[in-house]
Ligand binder design. Structure first.
Ligand SMILES: Cc1cc2nc3c(=O)[nH]c(=O)nc-3n(C[C@H](O)[C@H](O)[C@H](O)COP(=O)(O)OP(=O)(O)OC[C@H]3O[C@@H](n4cnc5c(N)ncnc54)[C@H](O)[C@@H]3O)c2cc1C
Length: 452
């Protein structure tokens, strides 16, 4: 029975992360206040009043543990996820991926939440964090603006973002360095950037692909988020040379392998790529925020000299997305550095996607439980997919922090026979095995059975 006089835990937002966290902590016996503003207040994307509503696709991605998304799900299942277990029970046929009957899924989660007498659902808008109450904030990409304002006051004006305007990110190992080269403009500082140079015809080909590519539609409520940022397709529409005088300007960029008179332009245009992760496995295309459809982006990126076979781990997107500056605000347990009682989870931390939101909801709940019991909280290494996500969102040296989804590029490098490692399946088996071993060490599970 919910007991008003006991110390309670507050969970803000009954979306994917919040529902996962509430159920985990209810099972541990805590009294939970689960705040959800719907249906009284709308987010603009949710269509029902139910918890754990999937706002768009009904797919939770691949089930294969040799894929990044499949591994993340498996890790969360082993750590005690209720939402992934329920998703499997509500699955609809979709090959090797986990897709669900969305209404059935959120109805089932609602039933589970209602079955816990120690969860009290508060259908109100939460507006101000209270550091005296252990709390998990999981208000998602469309957090109510009053609470967002309160975060700004608590954690700093600059540490808050209201939209994603992201450039694609590629894996360095897939870049062709016969064409691409390291340099910084005018040789200033270290040669930190990877540069992809264009001859005139190559630029014209690229430009034609770009202006003929289809864009992803913006939602009506999103239109006013993007006034201040310019996607490349909009720049390109202003004229054939706009990009060459903007993010693709070639001046001061020289490939020292080519004999040339210094200070004279070597190239017609250049795309620069900047390091994106601690291990320098990932590079983002500088100034290339885009809202093109993903298939079109792939065609465009692979038309860039040096990126013909680029493996895109994160496509450019533009959409409304409230997220905190986690590298500054959170530690690796998803606890705020400022208030030890306050944790964040879900898309608001800068992870992106259904599975990522559920998994961080679970991790925040596990750690809040441990924190309240004065036990050591868990921090996962980047051998695991969940650990790699958390490491990415809390990496303090990001030049510009942008959300990330699960992908192999953020996990620890695999060391071994280089020839054998060219076989993707072999490499992913090693990655999955080491990840599940780490998780099993925490849960005490026997790993052999999972992997065979
Ligand atoms: C339009 C859109 C489409 C998306 N499509 C996909 C997709 O197809 N696939 C994918 O993997 N990911 C998608 N995402 C990204 C992401 O996976 C989802 O947004 C996911 O639901 C995030 O989970 P969450 O738990 O962090 O937030 P949510 O599931 O959004 O839950 C947050 C909850 O908090 C509530 N809330 C907000 N503020 C307050 C407040 N102050 N007080 C009380 N309650 C509050 C909201 O009503 C909401 O129920 C999409 C995102 C958006 C915005």
């Amino acid at each position: 029975m919910y007991n008003e006089n006991m110390e309670k835990i507050r969970i803000i937002g009954a979306g994917l992360a919040g529902s996962e966290a509430a159920i985990y902590l209810a099972k541990k016996g805590y009294d939970i206040e689960l705040w959800e503003m719907r249906p009284k207040y709308e987010t603009g994307a949710h269509a029902t009043a139910n918890p754990a509503e999937l706002v768009c696709s009904n797919s939770l991605g691949s089930s294969d543990i040799l894929s990044a998304s499949g591994l993340l799900k498996k890790e969360a299942e082993l750590l005690g996820s209720t939402l992934f277990k329920t998703a499997k029970e509500c699955a609809v046929p979709s090959g090797n991926s986990l897709s669900v009957d969305r209404v059935g899924f959120s109805n089932k989660i609602k039933e589970i939440i209602n079955s816990y007498k120690n969860i009290k659902v508060v259908n109100e808008k939460y507006e101000k964090i209270d550091p005296n109450v252990p709390t998990i904030i999981a208000t998602g990409p469309l957090s109510a603006k009053e609470l967002a304002q309160n975060f700004k006051e608590e954690f700093g004006q600059e540490d808050f973002h209201f939209y994603d305007a992201i450039a694609p990110i590629v894996e360095k190992s897939s870049i062709n360095f016969d064409k691409a080269f390291y340099a910084s403009r005018w040789d200033k500082g270290e040669a930190d950037f990877i540069n992809c140079p264009f001859a005139k015809e190559e630029y014209e080909n690229f430009y034609n692909i770009l202006i003929n590519s289809e864009r992803a539609p913006l939602k009506e409520f999103e239109a006013n988020y993007f006034e201040g940022c310019m996607p490349i397709e909009v720049m390109a529409a202003r004229g054939v040379d706009t990009l060459r005088f903007g993010p693709m300007k070639p001046v001061g960029l020289f490939d020292k392998r080519i004999e040339t008179e210094f200070k004279k332009n070597q190239f017609y245009a250049v795309v620069q790529l900047r390091q994106d992760d601690k291990m320098a496995n990932l590079y983002n295309l500088v100034g290339f925020q885009t809202n093109l459809k993903w298939g079109e982006q792939k065609k465009l990126v692979q038309s860039i000299p040096g990126l013909e076979n680029a493996n895109i781990v994160r496509y450019g997107v533009m959409h409304a997305n409230t997220f905190i500056n986690s590298p500054k605000i959170l530690n690796k347990c998803l606890q705020t550095k400022k208030y030890e009682n306050i944790f964040f989870a879900g898309q608001i931390t800068g992870v992106e996607g259904y599975c990522e939101s559920i998994s961080t909801g679970l991790l925040a709940a596990i750690n809040l439980d441990k924190f309240l019991k004065k036990e050591e909280m868990i921090t996962l290494t980047n051998n695991t997919m969940l650990g790699a996500l958390v490491e990415y969102i809390t990496f303090e040296e990001h030049k510009k922090f942008q959300p990330i989804n699960s992908n192999w590029g953020i996990t620890a490098e695999v060391i071994g026979d280089k020839k054998k490692l060219k076989d993707k399946k072999y490499k992913n088996e090693i990655r999955s095995k080491r990840a599940l071993e780490e998780i099993c060490k925490i849960t005490g599970e026997v790993n052999n059975e999972i992997f065979n």
